[in-house]
Design a protein around this ligand. Structure first.
Ligand code: GAL
Length: 417
């Protein structure tokens, strides 16, 4: 009996390489990169929700902001024929796995729950592949935010900056006071997160679209792109000496602990402030990166479920349904710093930053100012994104001057396609 099972398993191995191994019956195994304090608190909301429905949780955390390491672990697991049942995923990564036929079809749950009518178009573009639902979106984050220490700004008489020049003057004033102006972690995805906002602020929405989404060679190689790199050098001059390799949540902690004035980071940073007991408007400020007040560069965490058979398992279907329930979307996103992935969730329970996030998203969406984040996999596929990361980081670390960075960017993007 044992032997024949083994034999059957071996025979099936080739066919099984992209289907999930069943987690313990009644459990879901979830691969994710939510390992910071704020992220873990948000994840707990999901775990508790599922536990309440009798579904156990096998945790598979892979540390590393932005999910780069998590995606590497996922590829290794899939190659070994051992895919997790559920995986946190971003934008084009979902499309890539769906293309390979690896993801469970969620059409039945989606139809039953009316997802088509409540999930914004911009997210459906990634939740669906060839018209079929392949992922359940849990939130909408955006990257063009500034997180500021209110006490430091007040003490130095700095008003909330609304233009690039005001931001530079503010950073200079903080630096002169002896505090750190910009809390930053020198990791490729964090450099790229700042670049999202800087490119948008420098060139405006059409430029953002032609460079990051349309990958237009002329725009990528333009003087405007050189100016964006020059602005990155200015920001680089305002980070502290120990920025290299620092995790993003430790950079948030510098703003929380009165060591630094600003962090340029997506709204998952708010989860860290809340987790530390801080209040928006009193202890910290949230505002759009100067020059991008009308725009939103978004990313959405979605859960893709790896195929276990013709249909999703009962646990997978329950997970997808739980993720999309309006009450869960409110409870989870209040803690996570993001906003709901459905348009019908009231903002009642959200703090001032959350309310602004929801308002900004709706306004940007209706005025044509909503764009996928390059840094977080919503503007172009991973191959192009990673090629961009390399150039942005090399420039940030002084390996390239801005002119070289522009020409390297053009050739890296060409090669990556
Ligand atoms: C983003 C993700 C967020 C947050 C962040 C930092 O890619 O969408 O949920 O986890 O990375 O890890």
């Amino acid at each position: 009996m044992k032997f024949s099972r083994k034999l059957a398993a071996a025979t099936c191995l080739a066919a099984m390489t992209i289907s999930a191994t069943a987690a313990r019956a009644g459990d879901v195994e979830v691969l994710h990169w939510w390992t910071s304090g704020g992220e873990a608190a948000a994840l707990n909301v999901l775990k508790k929700d599922l536990e309440g429905q009798g579904i156990g949780w096998q945790d598979m955390p892979v540390a590393g902001g932005g999910g780069t390491q998590a995606m590497t672990v996922l590829r290794a697991r899939v190659t070994a024929g051992n895919a997790p049942t559920a995986v946190q995923m971003l934008g084009f990564d979902i499309t890539d796995w769906a293309k390979q036929g690896a993801l469970a079809n969620l059409n039945d749950v989606a139809a039953e729950e009316g997802w088509d009518g409540v999930v914004p178009e911009a997210l459906q573009k990634f939740s669906k592949y060839e018209g079929q639902w392949v992922a359940a979106p849990v939130n909408v984050h955006s990257t063009n935010w500034v997180w500021a220490n209110k006490g430091i700004l007040d003490d130095l008489g700095i008003a909330q900056p609304t233009t690039w020049d005001e931001l530079v003057a503010a950073m200079q004033k903080v630096k002169d006071s002896g505090k750190v102006a910009v809390a930053h972690g020198g990791q490729a995805w964090q450099d790229a997160t700042i670049f999202d906002a800087v490119v948008m602020a420098t060139g405006g929405p059409d430029f953002y679209k032609s460079t990051f989404i349309d990958l237009d060679t002329e725009a990528l190689g333009s003087d405007t792109m050189k100016e964006a790199f020059d602005r990155m050098s200015v920001i680089r001059s305002f980070v502290d000496d120990n920025f290299s390799g620092r995790d993003w949540n430790l950079a948030s902690a510098m703003v929380i602990n009165d060591e630094a004035a600003f962090q340029f980071m997506g709204d998952w940073a708010k989860g860290e402030f809340l987790n530390a007991g801080k209040t928006p408007g009193e202890d910290f400020l949230c505002f759009r990166f100067p020059g991008t007040q009308e725009q939103v560069t978004f990313n959405s965490d979605q859960f893709a479920l790896f195929k276990q058979g013709d249909k999703p398992s009962a646990e997978q279907a329950a997970l997808a349904k739980a993720i999309m329930s309006p009450s869960f979307q409110s409870a989870f996103n209040v803690v996570k710093g993001s906003v709901p992935a459905r348009v019908d969730v009231p903002d009642t329970d959200f703090d001032a930053c959350g309310k602004q996030g929801m308002k900004d998203l709706a306004a940007a969406s209706s005025s044509g100012n909503l764009f996928g984040s390059m840094a977080h996999g919503h503007a172009n596929p991973a191959s192009v994104k990673n090629a961009m990361y390399d150039v942005i980081t090399a420039h940030f670390n002084g390996e390239y001057d801005s002119e070289t960075a522009v020409s390297e960017l053009v050739s890296a993007v060409e090669l990556a396609q």
